[in-house]
Design a protein around this ligand. Structure first.
Ligand SMILES: [Zn+2]
Length: 418
């Protein structure tokens, strides 16, 4: 999308540089062309706005201002200035309303800022202008799914799938929208300050425990804010299923007892009988929701290490479980744990994550962990692995491979498999 927009702008400029009769405007457009070439979008926009003031009828100049707004907005997003980026895309759409990329960018920025109505309008506008984009439909479908508008989400995702039948992400989202829609029919919901809990409305007994469950969730929220000194911007959705409903989701292996995939999904047949276990599970899953809210690009070992530490899983048990066994190799750091079919292999990955996380915590406490999260968020360029290693070196003086070796030597565990 980016090179195309720039290319489009150059074509426009080439067309505009001929047969114009205002020399001042022409020279400003020429200046803008130079600025565009050197990627100085702000200067290009200034020249073009001046040109527009002198000759408001030149449509090519208006379009071009729109494109420079797009480039500037993208740059602001890279600098994490989302509010400014949203304003820039919004301005861009007023100059160049027929450009689907600008509407898409506006939709994405608005969505990040939790302006759901604006985002939906922008996505739909982009789809009207470019009905062939499966990507934009996927974005809209995902947003509708998150708003639990399952039927509409499924419709949009079906149309995306027709355009891009091999796209696995669209396929998965569509299945989830259909299945969640089916299972959550008749679910009741209750909210508290930071949570929305959904559960089967007809289930006897659970309804009266929901206020207590919400209180537990809010207490856990406070505990997580204390530990991480950060919090997700959005309310966390927690789904309480019966065991049958949980299995019906059919997205994980049998050993998985709960998970987070944008929503916390927990099977719960009886709060009074399973309270301790479920409270622990909720602490674990909320850790994921928090970490994801802080930075959606964190690796599974860091997630699982923190989540187990926070839920109170015992590290001595974890060390016993991996003693003498091979540690996982850093090349597997992006591997999803809940995607592992073999429960024993998964258990080892979990244990190693906890052992490693505890090692970091023992060295520098929670402030070190927070610093690591900040460094990963700050780190730019390269793969997830690259950024994580850079941050680990910065804060703990060693990359993942080195840290695994430190842990292995300290507790007489196996070294990473080559
Ligand atoms: Zn987990």
């Amino acid at each position: 999308m980016r090179p195309l927009a720039t290319f489009g702008a150059c074509l426009l400029l080439a067309a505009s540089s001929t047969a114009q009769d205002n020399p001042r405007v022409d020279s400003l457009v020429k200046g803008a062309k130079e600025a565009f070439k050197s990627k100085d979008w702000a200067r290009a926009r200034t020249y073009l706005r001046l040109a527009n003031r002198l000759d408001p009828k030149r449509k090519d100049v208006a379009k071009w201002i729109g494109l420079s707004c797009h480039r500037l907005g993208v740059q602001m997003l890279e600098q994490k200035r989302v509010y400014r980026a949203r304003d820039m895309f919004h301005e861009g759409t007023s100059w160049y309303p027929a450009n689907p990329h600008l509407w898409l960018a506006l939709g994405r920025a608005a969505r990040t800022l939790d302006r759901a109505k604006e985002a939906e309008h922008a996505f739909r506008k982009s789809i009207d202008l470019d009905p062939t984009s499966a990507h934009t439909r996927c974005r809209l479908g995902t947003m509708l799914f998150e708003q639990r508008r399952y039927k509409e989400a499924a419709q949009v995702l079906e149309s995306a799938q027709k355009l891009d039948p091999k796209n696995k992400l669209i396929q998965q989202l569509l299945e989830r929208a259909r299945k969640d829609g089916e299972i959550e029919q008749g679910f009741a919901e209750r909210t508290s300050r930071h949570f929305l809990v959904r559960f089967h409305g007809e289930r006897r007994g659970l309804g009266k425990f929901v206020p207590e469950i919400l209180r537990h969730l809010e207490r856990t929220w406070v505990a997580l804010v204390e530990r991480l000194q950060a919090q997700p911007k959005q309310r966390i959705v927690v789904l309480l299923y019966t065991k049958t409903e949980f299995r019906k989701l059919g997205t994980t292996w049998d050993w998985v007892r709960a998970y987070y995939d944008g929503k916390v999904r927990v099977p719960l047949d009886s709060w009074s009988a399973q309270k301790n276990r479920v409270q622990k599970t909720l602490r674990h899953e909320l850790s994921h929701a928090f970490l994801y809210g802080i930075n959606p690009m964190l690796t599974p070992w860091l997630h699982e290490g923190f989540a187990q530490w926070f839920e109170g899983e015992r590290v001595d048990h974890a060390r016993d479980a991996v003693r003498g066994k091979m540690m996982f190799h850093p090349k597997w750091r992006n591997k999803s744990f809940i995607g592992m079919e073999d429960a024993q292999v998964a258990a080892r990955f979990y244990a190693q994550s906890l052992v490693l996380f505890t090692h970091l915590h023992e060295q520098q406490g929670l402030s070190g962990v927070r610093l690591l999260l900040e460094e990963i968020g700050r780190s730019k360029g390269g793969s997830t692995a690259h950024r994580e290693d850079r941050a680990l070196r910065e804060v703990f003086g060693n990359d993942l491979d080195g840290l695994l070796r430190e842990v292995a030597a300290k507790h007489r565990l196996g070294t990473p498999r080559r």
